[in-house]
Design a protein around this ligand. Structure first.
Ligand SMILES: O=P(O)(O)OC[C@H]1O[C@](O)(CO)[C@@H](O)[C@@H]1O
Length: 553
């Protein structure tokens, strides 16, 4: 990877953008539309089945070009090539990050330590295909020879959020033979509620953990195994009912998973980028392998778009640079993802991990503290529901919150006029955020409705909506395996581009480790016969005593 020519904020391209920000501060987006009839047309880009309308942004052509200049100055092209070619882009762990290799077609050549990894990727996909067909065709059955009806995927973080998002988003593609359940939380309620309605004879368990060291996953898997043993009374039956996906085969075998039931993961795939690997088994088992391969194809189409398109027509680059624009020049603290599609309701959760675990960093690749903001808080929820909740704060609160609206042109459930109404809601939100309502307009409306002049004047400030709130609208024909694959890959690359600009490692997550370490010190103090000494601070000690008095009478 290239070293930066100068610290980010000293780059001339950075300074140019700071000047543009000052110039644009007095020009609302709606004026930019008024002065430029071609704006909507010009700020529309398509790729891999997705179309992005980024016209409702605080952006002129000159600013847009300056953002692209910044991307170039930060070495984006070289770093993008390094990502795809297996360069050590995860420097702190001395690894490549080759999630893109997981969606390469057969016959390609991508090397890690001199060895082409594509044949192994496809051998694993073929094994997944064999498993899916043996289960759906009834060749692999439960211990009483009944066909499987349920799959329980046990995993957390990247071994949970991506598969869950995709399984739920592709409900119209379920073949219907298997119900998929997810258990992630160490809160006993999660597994207890999941197991309650399941029949051990017809339930398959997937232990999903790249490291096979994650406490939540291991404890839940032990519990699931005990539940299965208690019900079945058969130790040999465990091999028919428990599979694992992991890069730590030895640990999985020690845990009791049959070697033949272990699907590989690789250290060159990050957890939050792993749904494309065998970690995607819950997806493949629910929608079938053909649709799973279509998901990979959609992601691959986005990879090709990201790799080949010039920056100015490159979806991930544009979205990333807009995010940098608001984050670093307009002081935006957060970014909202607003899918207007019920099937995409888990998208914000997945993107939250993808973006915040990746770009929640405070030092540059060389270990120097940054003097600028890095990853914003990503949050969101499904529309139109959010309009009756947090949109108020976007419209009239004091914070700037750029938003991505995501909506398919066609619904899988075209009941009455519902999809048109949903679409109208989505457009109206983007438009209201941008245009707002001036105080004079608000006052005029009140007067026209017959309100007394003094009352209208008093009420108008509350009805004034400043507008000038930026948003993107992303559309696709329909939510399908291919468009969903492209959508998720788009956000993966957007995250990567941001990290290149901020010069941070978006593939490690050292902060998460500290909580795990401290948790390991606290647990024995909750469970032990006596609590003596201190767990580190008096506030923690006090809570430990409260817990012990409630649970150890
Ligand atoms: O797949 P594993 O190794 O159990 O890890 C689960 C998750 O834990 C994390 O390391 C931290 O939350 C994630 O990056 C990862 O996806």
């Amino acid at each position: 990877m290239l070293d930066k020519p100068a610290p980010l904020t000293h780059l001339p391209e950075w300074r140019v953008l700071a000047q543009f920000k000052d110039q644009l501060a007095g020009t609302p987006i709606r004026d930019l539309f008024r002065d430029d009839p071609q704006r909507a047309q010009r700020y529309l880009v398509s790729g891999a089945g997705l179309t992005l309308d980024f016209s409702r942004n605080r952006l002129t052509d000159a600013t847009f070009n300056a953002l692209m200049d910044l991307a170039r100055a930060c070495g984006l092209v070289q770093q993008r090539n390094a990502l795809f070619d297996g360069g050590i882009v995860n420097r702190t762990e001395n690894r490549p990050a080759l999630h893109t290799a997981l969606r390469q077609p057969r016959g390609q050549d991508v090397r890690v330590h001199g060895e082409n990894i594509i044949p192994e990727v496809h051998a694993t996909l073929d094994r997944m295909a064999e498993l899916v067909s043996s289960i759906t065709e009834g060749r692999h059955t439960g211990y009483t020879n009944k066909p499987f009806t349920d799959v329980v995927s046990i995993g957390i973080g990247g071994s949970f959020l991506g598969p869950k998002l995709v399984v739920e988003a592709l409900k119209p593609f379920w073949h219907g033979q298997l119900n998929c359940h997810f258990v992630a939380n160490i809160d006993g309620t999660d597994i207890a509620e999941t197991l309650r309605s399941l029949n051990p004879e017809t339930t398959l368990f997937l232990v999903q953990s790249k490291s096979f060291r994650t406490q939540e996953t291991l404890d839940n898997s032990l519990l699931a195994r005990q539940w299965f043993l208690d019900k079945s009374g058969s130790e040999p039956a465990v091999a028919r009912h428990f599979l694992a996906v992991t890069a730590n085969v030895d640990e999985a075998i020690r845990f009791g998973i049959d070697r033949n039931n272990i699907f590989p993961m690789w250290d060159w795939v990050g957890g939050r980028y792993s749904l494309w690997s065998a970690i995607g088994l819950p997806i493949a088992l629910t929608i079938g392998m053909e649709h799973f391969r279509a998901l990979l194809e959609g992601a691959h189409a986005m990879d090709c778009h990201f790799r080949e398109q010039p920056a100015a027509s490159n979806l991930p680059v544009i979205m990333a640079m807009l995010s940098v624009w608001y984050n670093n020049f307009w002081d935006a603290q957060s970014h909202a993802v607003l899918p207007y599609d019920e099937y995409l309701k888990h998208l914000p959760e997945h993107l939250q991990q993808l973006d915040m675990e990746s770009n929640g960093k405070r030092v540059t690749q060389n270990g120097n503290a940054v003097d600028y903001q890095t990853g914003p808080i990503l949050w969101g929820g499904v529309g139109a529901n959010g309009q009756h909740a947090y949109h108020q704060l976007i419209h009239q609160g004091t914070r700037l919150i750029p938003a991505d609206f995501i909506i398919p042109l066609q619904s899988h459930n075209p009941v009455e006029h519902h999809h048109a109404t949903l679409f109208a809601n989505c457009l109206s939100q983007a438009s209201a955020m941008m245009a707002g309502k001036t105080r004079a307009e608000a006052e005029q409306e009140l007067l026209q409705a017959g309100m007394a002049s003094a009352d209208a004047k008093a009420l108008a400030p509350h009805k004034e909506i400043p507008g000038n709130k930026p948003s993107n609208i992303l559309v696709m024909d329909k939510i399908t395996p291919t468009t969903l694959g492209a959508l998720i890959a788009l956000y993966e690359h957007r995250t990567f581009v941001q990290s290149v600009i901020w010069d941070i490692d978006c593939f490690d997550q050292w902060g998460v480790e500290l909580g795990k370490q401290i948790g390991n010190q606290i647990l024995p103090r909750l469970l032990g016969d006596k609590f003596e000494g201190t767990a580190g601070d008096s506030a923690t000690d006090q809570m430990i005593r409260l817990f012990r008095s409630a649970n150890r009478p």
